[in-house]
Design a protein around this ligand. Structure first.
Ligand code: ZN
Length: 464
């Protein structure tokens, strides 16, 4: 598109410059960016007003996962939390202690010491800096308290055990952040700024604003297939990941929706339009958060030899390269047509890899489940026919061939022999899911899975 979705102005090379917008915030590990949706001025102002408070919500997760691009800021980051385990490696109950997480180590906010149950040891919990000064205090105490059989001093600058980190879904910042992701992703696939009125309000002066009173639906797995896939997500596929899907509801194509899943954990639908007039759509972005070295594309001699083959494989036309080149050739830091091409190829290469991974991951999930059905026998499932029909939603049958088709994922499911749209069912059942506590229980289990994963990763880092 050639207009900024926020101010509505057409891009040029002078006043309305293109902004390299991260549709998924870089601070939470997002890699999806686009240069055709926001101008520099608007991109920077949304960054300050929407992204900064949104990123703050996920700060503790992003930092402990060590996914930030700017590693220096990671080192400095300290996160507060509260110990919840009832026993550390010395058998002492430190639960309720306020702690600080820094550089993968957990120490108390205020240095402290505890005697082991048999008084044979005194353990000093403090970081290295605090420990020296604090030791003197403990030495005096030990001198006065014990005549002989003095306890042995032990230093601990990394408390083990579970920690509850502060995590608040601050409403306005959270909703605006989700709205911005949805609007950005919809714009990047060519949906007009006027087609998402429930998240982006275009005012009479043609300027728009990201709304905070958006229509949000929390995801909950309905039907047996999806509850299975969700419960297995960290075992079957890559974990954690971010997923965005723009789609129109299957039974009501006038509903335009963006599904947002962050860290494989926070899952929401943002309704963009109740009265969408465009064509039916299903487009996604999916990405891993850790270890993506194998996604690097280096244009060597090899590339130029197989250039036309690669371009065809990635679906990049020569016109697209030419257009992208012309769009920027008058700007100050104009690039050569070769480097414009490499940029596009790099971008498409990553997209292609993610696409393959995403679809393989879902298909793998289906296969694992099918194997389990055969192993356990159909009778161990509540509604075996429903299960089969839910699996069939993912295949197009062409004669004897079954062709995998992703486009029902997070969009529809089958229950009682009927195809249903997720968002319509969730709208109907939201109240009962919430009143029965099922929704809360589900989101807690998701959050716990992520916390467990981060703990384990943290231990691996320390051992490395
Ligand atoms: Zn603008």
């Amino acid at each position: 598109m050639d207009n900024c979705y926020l101010c509505g102005n057409e891009f040029d090379t002078d006043k309305v410059l293109r902004h390299d917008e991260h549709i998924l915030q870089q601070a939470i590990g997002g890699v999806l960016s686009n240069k055709n949706i926001l101008c520099l001025t608007c991109g920077e102002s949304l960054g300050r007003d929407v992204d900064v408070p949104f990123n703050e919500i996920f700060h503790s997760i992003a930092t402990r996962l060590d996914i930030k691009k700017d590693r220096k800021s990671n080192k400095k980051s300290a996160i507060k939390g509260t110990l919840v385990s009832q026993s550390d490696r010395f058998g002492l109950d430190l639960s309720g202690t306020e702690i600080i997480w820094k550089d993968f180590k957990v120490t108390p906010v205020v240095p402290m010491h505890r005697y082991s149950n048999d008084n044979s040891k005194v353990i000093i919990y403090a970081n290295k800096k605090q420990a020296k000064k604090y030791l003197k205090k403990v030495e005096i105490e030990v001198e006065t308290k014990f005549k002989d059989n003095k306890p042995k001093f032990i230093f601990c600058d990394d408390i083990d055990g579970s920690v509850l980190y502060q995590f608040k879904l601050d409403n306005d910042a959270f909703k605006k952040g989700l709205a911005k992701i949805a609007v950005g992703f919809a714009s990047s696939i060519g949906i007009s700024r006027h087609e998402m009125p429930l998240a982006l309000k275009v005012k009479p002066d043609n300027r728009a604003e990201i709304k905070s009173d958006i229509k949000l639906l929390q995801y909950f797995p309905l039907g047996e297939l999806d509850s299975y896939l969700e419960s297995q997500s960290s075992e079957i596929g890559y974990f954690p990941t971010h997923t965005l899907i723009i789609f129109t509801a299957a039974s009501e194509p006038s509903k335009l929706v963006c599904y947002i899943e962050l860290f494989s954990t926070f899952q929401w639908y943002v309704i963009l339009n109740d009265n969408y007039q465009g064509d039916a759509v299903y487009e996604y972005h999916y990405q891993r958060l850790l270890k993506t070295e194998d996604y690097l594309f280096e244009p060597g001699r090899h590339y130029y030899k197989e250039r036309s083959h690669t371009l065809a494989y990635l679906g990049v036309s020569k016109e697209r390269i030419q257009n992208a080149y012309e769009k920027q050739q008058d700007s100050k830091d104009a690039k050569t047509i070769e480097s414009v091409e490499i940029e596009i190829v790099k971008e498409e290469y990553i997209k292609k890899k993610y696409r393959v991974e995403f679809e393989q991951e879902i298909e793998r999930g289906l296969n694992v489940m099918t194997t389990n059905i055969i192993k356990q026998g159909l009778n161990s499932f509540k509604n075996p026919m429903d299960l089969k029909m839910n699996v069939d939603l993912f295949y197009d049958f062409q004669g004897d061939d079954e062709i995998f088709n992703i486009s029902s994922y997070k969009r529809c499911y089958t229950q009682d022999f009927q195809n249903r749209d997720y968002i319509l069912s969730l709208m109907d059942s939201f109240q009962s899911l919430s009143d029965s506590g099922k929704l809360q229980k589900y989101s807690h289990s998701k959050f716990n899975k992520l916390s467990e994963f981060i703990e384990v990763e943290g231990i691996k880092k320390k051992l490395a």
